[in-house]
Design a binder for this molecule. Structure first.
Ligand code: NDP
Length: 237
């Protein structure tokens, strides 16, 4: 299952899972887009798209129910849905602070706890949470987003400790500058500044995050839990 799976990093993670033989359920705020995304991945036999607001506990129950009832189990959960509402502290509204915290932190908490509840019964499962380099170093204009993404790291480690003995692994990824709709909306000056900080001198592709998510979702990482993998081209190492 992948939240925020209609486009960008989430969609590419879902595509890589399908290519590896998985069946996927995509959840996204945009109900039409997520159904089209599921069709693009091969339709009902391998992919289902469901409208879901990750901040809503009932929506998350429905999403997980679709996976369990439709495909028989829930083996992997990727908490990827995210938004930005950038502004310096001087101008950021309380509403935009709360919204970003809610989508990332409450959304990831909902996905993690509800997926873990099913996985611990099955005695196996992998949860992958998408944090951000912004949560490691803090970025100007992102007091809301950096706080939320750092919080995802703490949540990942706490959850990993709670469920490790049930056979459930919980890990996180911190992507750096990745080409997606989220970053393409950035002003050119901000893009150029970020590029100058990247030792590999290029932005990452969504496929380069997806391959790490596939690694953390698979038994190739069977002895890893509570870790944070940076996918950044070496930025802020
Ligand atoms: P996109 O904006 O391209 O995709 C995010 C998806 O999440 C959208 O389809 C969006 O739907 C959906 N979404 C937003 N809010 C909710 C919600 N409440 N419930 C369900 N779905 C929701 O972003 P990216 O693919 O770039 O980002 C994916 C993740 O990676 C995010 O968590 C982001 O913070 C993180 N990340 C991205 C980086 C980058 O450089 N791109 C760097 C570091 C981290 P809608 O279109 O309807 O809003």
């Amino acid at each position: 299952m992948v939240t925020g799976g209609a486009r960008g990093i989430g969609f590419e993670i879902a595509r890589s899972f399908v290519d590896a033989g998985a069946k996927v359920v995509l959840g996204d705020l945009n109900g039409d887009a997520v159904k089209i995304a599921a069709d693009t991945l091969g339709g009902a036999a391998v992919a289902t798209g469901v409208r879901c607001d990750v901040t809503d506990s009932g929506d998350m129950d429905e999403l997980i129910g679709t996976a369990v009832e439709g495909f028989g189990s829930l083996d992997v959960m990727v908490n990827n849905a995210g938004i930005t509402r950038d502004a310096t502290m001087r101008t950021m509204t309380e509403e935009d602070f709360d919204l970003v915290i809610s989508v990332h932190l409450k959304g990831t908490w909902n996905g993690t706890r509800k997926a873990a509840a099913i996985m611990r019964e099955a005695k196996r499962g992998a949860i992958v949470n998408i944090s951000s380099l912004s949560g490691k170093v803090g970025m100007v204009g992102q007091t809301n987003y950096s706080a939320a993404k750092a919080g995802i790291v703490g949540m990942t480690k706490a959850a990993a400790k709670e469920v490790a003995h049930h056979g459930v692994r919980v890990n996180a990824i911190q992507p750096g500058l990745i080409r997606s709709a989220m970053t393409e909306a950035m002003p050119q000056k901000a893009w150029d500044q970020k590029m100058a900080e990247i030792p590999m001198q290029r932005a990452g592709e969504v496929s380069e995050v997806a391959s790490v998510a596939l690694f953390l979702a698979s038994d190739m990482s069977s002895y890893m839990t509570g870790t944070v993998l940076e996918v950044t081209g070496g930025r802020f190492m």
